[in-house]
Write a protein that binds this ligand. Sequence first.
Ligand SMILES: [Zn+2]
Length: 695
Amino acid sequence: MRPIGTAALLTAALASPMAGALTPPAAQAARTAQEMATAALTRELVAQHGEAQRGRIERGLKQARAFWRAEDGDSKAFAAFVKAQFAGDQKALDALFGRLEFTLESYFGHAHEIGRDYRWHTDLDLGPVLPVDEILSGYDPGAHFIDDAFANKLAFVVLLNFPLSNLEDRLKAGDTWTRRQWAEARLTDLFSRRVPAEVNQAAAEASGQAERYIASYNIWMHHLVDAKGQRLFEPKKRLLSHWNLRDELKSRYAQGSAGLAHQRSIQKVMERIVTQTIPADVIDNPLVDWNPFTNEVKAATVSDSDRRAPAGFKPTAAPEPDTRYKVLLDCFLAMKKADPYSPTAPTHIARSYEEGRQLPEARVKQMLEAVCSSPLLKQVAQVMERRLGRKLEPFDIWYNGFRPGASLDEAKLDALLKAKYPTAAAYKADMPNLLKGLGFSPERSAWLASRIEVDPARGSGHAMGAQRRADNAHLRTRVGADGMDYKGFNIAVHEMGHNVEQTFSLVNVDHWLLNGVPNTAFTEALAFVFQAQDLKLLGQPAPDAKALAEKTLNDFWGTYEIAGVGLVDTAVWHWMYDHPAATPSQLKEAVLSISKDVWNRYYAPVLGQKDCVLLGIYSHMISSFLYLPDYPIGHMIAFQIEHEIEKTGRLGETFERMATQGRLTPDLWMQKATGRPVGPEALLEATEKALRQIH
Ligand SMILES: [Zn+2]
């Protein structure tokens, strides 16, 4: 998908349904009247502020007009608003920018603090949760900000005075922009969409329906039978598609060839789901025995649950009626409704790539294909075949046999840690030492530790950054009654990595509007840099070269697997945009043909067997709307960041330098951090090196 220029998009927006459903001649007359009014307003403003402001005036009027609705006022009200709010010289513009940055930090920062307090007793292990906590924790104090800002016209002040830009503009000129220009881009990003409440509601409903469909899609494994009527799987095993099915398949590698029959059955079940030849009667139903190879069904001959079949119950092999694709199609149609209200990214695909991950789709495709067609895959496959003692099969995209060798004495580490950190406060007190151990200067370590609060988490732990500079980040960590164990410590060190990133990227970034990192893959990669050092912090030997090589091959193979899924997901969304009137069964045929096509191109040469549809099984495809490409890109980013820190050998300084750049585009951020844009090279180089370690 080629990015479209902003000007063209804004013109398209003016002709969109926002202008009202007028008949063509009436619409033409209204447009002419509006053009004349705009021309008069332009003349008046140029006369007042000078010819030098003409460009800004024309752009500002166009941007504000594109989002202005009848309910915001008539053309007289629009003219009065523009005359009052246009900042006609640099001094006025600077004052306006300063005022907005100051107030937005206050709004978002305090809304975040209120939200954190509303969730305080739900998130933290501080005694019983009260019935009222459910109400409090479900409330988001910032949820209505955009609606309010359009209603009170704050959004129009921004659109009138600062330029909207899209990814194409940023890629073309972003490296020559000043920091202030970047901050202005993030400012207008806030108001680049004005989606009516009913459109957002429709999307939320479709998404909720998809979540429910996915969340109840279980397979009762004890009721899978083979040709001889034998049951391979244990009683009561109820697996959710696709996550639990995949994890079960992975766990069977431990059994060697004894697990093969289980793995092949799971593959067959997945294929039945993708092709929708799965009998509707076997979905989440312990009353039916099913042979996934022949597709034969029978009333269950063993009881595996509390459910009892009604008298005369007779299951049939009638297939699920393409529900999987009906659900996806409904989601597509609901998401598409937002298109006319999103002029800088007028499709869900554009919003996902250009506004969400801020990488052009074509570049992402190239990166995924570079991994999927790497000659290293065949070498890795040879190592796998040698270890498995057989030819690879399609389900081996989930091979999990690459493992860091040294096994930890976790009991010893638990004892050590429980003595060291009996409470969250003890961890907090030791934080300056931990940060020094990671490579930060004593001064930096003390400062960072003073900016991070440590709270006892109810769950496994998480990191909550602040949103205004006077506030602190919070590290939520799990400390048992008898102290912190090794698992808790490992997670705490990861979360501390997030907190350190959050602190640098909020407090030390020059513009508040630029706080943060380009997307979640970056903060995860930085947190993993910390986590990988956890044994070193405990004075334990670090993993050796062989163990690191195993980890690299595991990451490479995982990236390969999920990259293909990302390619399928994206191609399916394009197909839906090209065929908006498709039926569920037509969508099914398209998904099957896309899955096979990607498989035949990138997987059949490595794993054998043509026309496999396994890449279509991911549940994210149905309910997470183009989220899947984030996973392989995340792996690539992690390798780039790790490689840079390894190269400089100075974790503290390098981490700080990277994290204080602020929220640029991913490519520009990575270019400044490592000298290269986002890409698969670091991952591929590490894999090549790892292969030399593994024999
Ligand atoms: Zn994380």
